[in-house]
Design a protein around this ligand. Sequence first.
Ligand SMILES: NCCCCCc1nc2ccccc2[nH]1
Length: 294
Amino acid sequence: VIPGWFSEISPMWPGEAHSLKVEKILFQGKSDYQDVMVFQSATYGKVLVLDGVIQLTERDECAYQEMITHLPLCSIPNPKKVLVVGGGDGGVLREVARHSSVEHIDICEIDKMVVDVSKEFFPDVAIGYEDPRVTLHIGDGVAFLKAAPEGSYDAVIVDSSDPIGPAQELFEKPFFESIAKALRPGGVVCTQAESMWLHMHIIEDIITNCRQVFKGSVNYAWTTVPTYPSGVIGFMLCSTEGPEVDFKNPVNAIDANDNESQCKSVGPLKFYNREIHSAAFCLPSFAKKVIEAK
Ligand SMILES: NCCCCCc1nc2ccccc2[nH]1
């Protein structure tokens, strides 16, 4: 990358490339799993890049972190035990910590360099690690879930990168089966589920697998993230057999004006609210046809 512009060229979005103006490269490294880079952008704050793919920017990370966390956690009345797979930047931890009902948060991140880099360059994101309820496990989420006792968690959040690279197995059926086993009856899972504009085929496969594995409900929701190619990214929201979960109508309110969410130094919610929670499940017809038909 040369000072000037960073263009995000990837086989994940052939023929297009989102670019950000680079002011300064702050870190470049190679972990056991991927290339890690941080740069200061001209207009989006600091940017975290893994294998050439933008994972977060300071300016718009709230849209992704708040939605991937509060869509599942606001859909069940009293989340107590939560597991985060991936999410090494700590942003999902910061959001989970807003829920006072939560007693324990496990996070399993495979790449320690992501954790260390986030703590150094993204303190407002990595602040999630400071919550005493958090236990960090450096390791493979696939193995972690295999070892998890049955019914251990109320919620699992899979904040992965993409199926090309270290996160590949996190998009496959055996992993979904291990999540279903680790969730209590009526427990919920939310996974990073790509873009309706770019990845309808990947989404189709994920939906097919989820319908076979999760016997509660299977839903797709999405949010807008300007620095992700196509400007949107989606989530799979599934529940296991047991107490009914209505993802579209949050039972556990945590809106910006709710003092609970203003707690501590993590600041107020910037993106999530109960209206945008419900709206996130409204799909354009080309996606509805595929997702709701299955
Ligand atoms: N843990 C961060 C999740 C984002 C990973 C990178 C990424 N950026 C994307 C843009 C469009 C569709 C899927 C994407 N996946």
